[in-house]
Design a protein around this ligand. Structure first.
Ligand SMILES: [Zn+2]
Length: 346
């Protein structure tokens, strides 16, 4: 098209129309994404530390032809053959690398499952499994950050959700605790105090960018849960800033760390406050809203996804999909379709 004609069209559009066109352009770019050389990038990432056998850690590796799907095969002197996807979430997947990449691009744009499935040309069920396989790998490779210095800690709550659990034949389905009363998915529960139907997500962050966003338990946070979640993860002699919840007292003693408790309604004690964490809470709530109520058992995956997005917020948008897949590749795990279904909340 003539550039002048294109300019004329652009000039004639309102801001609203321009934004709609921008959305269409983005979508078109995802559909036509270039995944040449992506497989090579994946292999490089997988063996960033050198060619090592994913099964036994052996280093006597030789190239050994190709498998039926055209993947480079390697032979390990100790234990047999493997391909680059062995012992990753992509093991045994019939989905080619290009589709994974397209799908990851859709994830980064928070497209609906339906739209993502259509763009990546996979079934809805496959799309669902791909999402959780990627997120499980991200969770495993990220682990729990180590916190030090001034550490802000606080909890945020989500309504418990059994979304998707009701499907026939799901062995993990359990009836909601309180029957007869249905609640809109993911809607904020407003009780006085904190009920057992609320899922507690523990959030902790220091001032150097370490961030923990972990579903912890149903209802009020206890010392036992705190101890388990943060075992060895907070550097001794740090300063913990938290609200007046009792559990933090014993917890801080155990680390050991100094504890500065900010009473409700009080804003700060000098440099010690929980303002950063409070804004992080609203960021999480805003971020998760488009997903329309996440099933509690998958909340952990979404919290890691949020955390990953936070840590990669400076990565260029066009590079994010690649980054997501490459990061999922760096962990050696076995996580199958059956594992996706059997995922537990805590
Ligand atoms: Zn081996």
């Amino acid at each position: 098209m003539d550039m002048a004609v294109m300019q004329k069209i652009v000039d004639s559009l309102s801001v609203k129309e321009l934004l709609a066109v921008k959305e269409k352009i983005e979508e078109r770019l995802v559909r036509n994404i270039d995944f040449k050389e992506f497989m090579e990038q994946i292999i490089e990432q997988r063996f960033a530390e050198g060619l090592v056998c994913p099964r036994c850690g052996g280093k006597h590796i030789k190239k050994f032809g190709f498998d039926g799907r055209g993947n480079q095969r390697y032979s390990c002197k100790n234990c047999g053959t493997f391909i680059p996807t062995t012992k990753t979430v992509f093991a045994n997947s019939k989905i080619p690398a290009g589709k994974w990449l397209k799908y990851a691009e859709c994830m980064n744009r928070k497209y609906s499952l339906r739209k993502s499935a259509e763009i990546a040309e996979v079934s809805l069920k496959t799309a669902f499994n791909m999402r959780h396989k990627i997120l499980e790998a991200i969770q495993q490779s990220m682990g729990i950050d180590e916190l030090s210095g001034v550490v802000e800690m606080d909890e945020t709550f989500f309504a418990e959700s059994f979304k998707g659990n009701h499907k026939k034949g799901n062995p993990n389905w359990k009836a909601p605790r309180r029957s007869g009363k249905s609640r809109k998915r993911g809607k904020q529960v407003e009780y006085r105090g904190i009920s057992h139907e609320q899922v507690c997500v523990s959030v902790a962050m220091d001032r150097n960018g370490a961030l923990v966003t972990a579903p912890a338990c149903n209802g009020r946070l206890t010392i036992k849960v705190l101890d388990k979640l943060y075992e060895g993860k907070i550097e001794p002699n740090s300063t913990i800033c938290a609200d007046s919840h009792n559990a933090y007292k014993k917890f801080a003693d155990g680390v050991p760390a100094e504890l500065i408790q900010i009473e409700r309604g009080q804003h700060k004690k000098g440099i010690y406050h929980i303002n950063n964490i409070n804004s992080m809470h609203s960021k999480i709530k805003t971020w998760i809203r488009p997903f329309n109520g996440v099933a509690t058992k998958y909340l952990g995956h979404y919290m890691y996804w949020f955390n990953w997005c936070e840590k990669n917020r400076k990565v260029d948008r066009t590079e994010k999909g690649r980054r997501l897949i490459l990061d999922s590749f760096s962990s050696t795990i076995i996580y199958t379709q059956a594992d996706v279904r059997a995922t537990k909340a805590f």
